[in-house]
Ligand binder design. Sequence first.
Ligand SMILES: Cc1cc2nc3c(=O)[nH]c(=O)nc-3n(C[C@H](O)[C@H](O)[C@H](O)COP(=O)(O)OP(=O)(O)OC[C@H]3O[C@@H](n4cnc5c(N)ncnc54)[C@H](O)[C@@H]3O)c2cc1C
Length: 403
Amino acid sequence: MDFSLSPQEEAFRKEVSDWLDENTKDLPAWWRNRDRIAVDSESEEFQVFSRQWHKKLYDAGFIGIAWPKEYGGRGATIMEQAIFNEEMAKRRVPGGVGGLGVGWAGPTIMAAGTEEQKKRFLPKILSGEEVWCQAFSEPEAGSDLANIQTRAVEDGDDYVVNGQKVWTTGGMRADWAILLAKTDFDPNTPRHRTFSYFLLDMHLPGVTVRPLREMTGYALFGETFLDDVRIPKNLMVGEKNRGWYISMGTLEFERSNASSSVGQLNVLKNLIELTHNMERDGRPLSKDSTVRQQLAQFYIEVNVGKYMGLRALTRQLRGDMPGPESALGSLLSMELSQRLQDFAMYLQGPYSQLVSGSKHAIENGSWQGSFLSSRGNTIMTGTSEIKRNIIAQRTLGLPRYTQ
Ligand SMILES: Cc1cc2nc3c(=O)[nH]c(=O)nc-3n(C[C@H](O)[C@H](O)[C@H](O)COP(=O)(O)OP(=O)(O)OC[C@H]3O[C@@H](n4cnc5c(N)ncnc54)[C@H](O)[C@@H]3O)c2cc1C
């Protein structure tokens, strides 16, 4: 593992820094503080701004940095992608609309899709013209993904799909979804060989998405209902009944995207600022020995996360998939993000119950929104228990748990 940057990488960092310094002067303050306030990502303002910002990044060649040139990417290395992500996070700059598409739907299509699918979908994922969502989870298939019940039945040139998905992030405004649906109905077939991986046009007749309101007050995700939706056969990714293997690759890409040590560092910096501004018994909290010990401990953990991220990156630079280690980085990052938010509540004591809009709320109640939304962090991309199972089985070689 080599932590130093090559001259080419240093030059790239400078190019990115210069561009970002020049182009982020006018970003609204609420964008920069997204890690401190729960933003209504479904609002018109958010959507319009995201698309405009995405286009700006795309026109400058900063979307899909590590994607091959033939698919519209920059053809740069994963290290350069990581440098770009770091410079963005340092400035608290948003990434555009294509997070899921660029992060894991596109890479899955690149790895397992047909040439026709690559040509049709990849350019529009990059340009942000088509926004993607992920329709994997169902009411009875979350951790137990092999229990997919949505049915896709062959009929002429199409599959006719019926069923219900849930927790579809951004489903209300997505143009396309990566979808898992059952295509083998023989009760004797092992469950992980009973479903296939599809690309679903969210604007087709029979697709309905109902928003689900979270405790933050915002509706980030929805329930997706599929009633006799006709998906052309050429929109299946990989072979029939091999959806399990392809979706495992998607989840590895997703988990490797989920850990950002720079994002955690930003939250830690906000916490440190809070301890300077709050007093107990006439002294700033930053002088309290218990508080200082905890902040130093967080700093250590943020750095552990950084080096785990670099290890996953080294693996990808060698041309491997992110691998089961992506569960390790993602687990650490997600649990740490909650502990950082919990500590902000602890520091505020009884004031932690005052939300945005309350007269005496600390820092305008901004921590309360991020505290509430962080509860989902140890569920999305697989729960902490599932990630520990992956680490136990695939990294430590422990036997599979059975009751
Ligand atoms: C913010 C957020 C965004 C999401 N976005 C999407 C999305 O865009 N698309 C999508 O398809 N899904 C999405 N999800 C759904 C997410 O993938 C599931 O919620 C997750 O996989 C858990 O499934 P579940 O909710 O059915 O819980 P369950 O699987 O029912 O789990 C319930 C509890 O049992 C535990 N458990 C289950 N099995 C085991 C086991 N074998 N060993 C030990 N413990 C176990 C779990 O850890 C958990 O604590 C999102 C979830 C959240 C919170």
